[in-house]
Design a protein. Structure first.
Length: 382
């Protein structure tokens, strides 16, 4: 027997053992509670989706370790994960699939462009939904009673970045680029309007899409307008190449501003660690994990379980899953119709925040953290 065969045999035995343990645990439970999760697991934003799903899986594991009893029945939690590829049509299809499967609740989606149309589907089938990352303010304007958000929306992020550009960096001229998605367009418009209110001149407004990788003509046009900062409304698969091309065009003293969509650990790799990475100022709708009481311990646990996969939102998917189940516990029911109203009364101390919701589903008193990149690593500015 070769060493390779032995190692494979041991690995297979370990997987079988863990699978057997999970199956045994599920069989021992009186009820299986299925929680849906939707994010892009394929395509250029898959690293975001995997990170989100990891957070939800970690919560499911921790909940199952508690051996909870709800409604007089011992329950076992399972995650039903779907891929929406950051595409609105695929997102609504995934939402309908979870409705048809009669899952007990939903964590997701990641993008505003998928979350907003999916929320209508969940509302129609009576499924509570908590998004850990969709920040477009429009989401909570439809009056859907079962829709909740775990972090600050784009009004806070876009305005906060504009204030930093004006009041701290003293910039006078800025340009805007957005990817025309619900997220990118929304956060860019908030930055633009706030910048003008603060007296900054918006010298150029340019548009791209969430599949583009060539921004040379856009950046060349902006260079001619002598912008001191560029706000990009979009995600890191575009922000990375944009930073490389800014360096190629000599825009090495121009700041790049962006929301949480670009504020990832992976931005260093996507930008090939361009010198312009150090000019990034980005905002995330929550407090820095390093500054939260249980944040460092949670991150250490996450990294041990999912090495080199952390991006931004996994702590929020973790908390969202916990908040959903906390409502079930308080209602003593896993029926969405019964526990759903309890979500609106959430008062849960999570990893990311003390989770309480406004009447429209927005998080009460959301924090916001600005970041930059020092020696290729994301570092909090506040």
């Amino acid at each position: 027997m070769t060493q390779r065969f032995v190692l494979r045999s041991v690995a297979a035995a370990t997987l079988l053992a863990s699978g057997f343990a999970a199956t045994t645990q599920a069989q021992a439970a009186d009820a299986v509670v299925r929680i849906g999760h939707v994010a892009p697991i394929s395509g250029p934003q898959a690293h975001f989706g995997r990170d989100n799903e990891n957070g939800a899986r970690m919560a499911i594991d921790d909940l199952n370790a508690q051996g909870l009893t709800i409604g007089g029945k011992k329950v076992h939690f399972e995650l039903v994960a779907e891929d929406d590829a950051a595409d609105p049509k695929q997102g609504t299809a995934a939402a309908q699939k979870l409705c048809d499967a009669k899952v007990n609740g939903v964590i997701g989606h990641l993008n505003s462009g998928t979350t907003i149309p999916a929320a209508k589907v969940y509302n129609q089938c009576g499924l509570p939904m908590i998004t850990p990352s969709a920040t477009n303010p429009e989401l909570t304007t439809f009056g859907y009673k079962g829709v909740f958000r775990m972090l600050a929306n784009d009004k806070a992020l876009g305005a906060g970045l504009a204030k930093y550009a004006s009041q701290t960096l003293k910039l006078k001229k800025v340009a805007i680029i957005d990817d025309r998605t619900a997220y990118g367009k929304g956060v860019a418009e908030v930055f633009r309007d706030t910048a003008r209110t603060l007296g900054m001149e918006v010298v150029s407004e340019q548009y791209t899409n969430d599949k583009a990788v060539d921004f040379m003509s856009i950046l060349t046009s902006i260079k001619s307008k002598k912008a001191e900062g560029i706000f990009f409304g979009g995600m890191d698969p575009q922000a990375g190449p944009m930073l490389r091309q800014m360096q190629q065009l000599g825009l090495t003293k121009v700041y790049m501003f962006g929301g949480d969509g670009i504020c990832t650990d992976k931005l260093k790799d996507l930008s090939s660690n361009a010198r312009t990475l150090g000019n990034v100022v980005c905002a995330v709708g929550g407090a820095s994990l390093d500054k939260l009481p249980s944040g460092k311990a949670w991150r250490t646990k996450y990294d041990a379980k999912f090495p080199n996969q952390f991006q931004v939102y996994s702590p929020y998917t973790y908390d969202a899953t916990m908040v959903l189940v906390d409502a079930m516990k308080r209602a003593n029911s896993v029926d969405p119709k019964v526990y759903g109203p309890k979500l609106a009364q959430a008062n849960y101390q999570g990893v990311t925040a003390k989770v309480q919701f406004e009447s429209n589903g927005e998080l009460k008193n959301p924090a916001m953290t600005l970041y930059t990149y020092k020696d290729g690593k994301k570092a909090a500015l506040n």
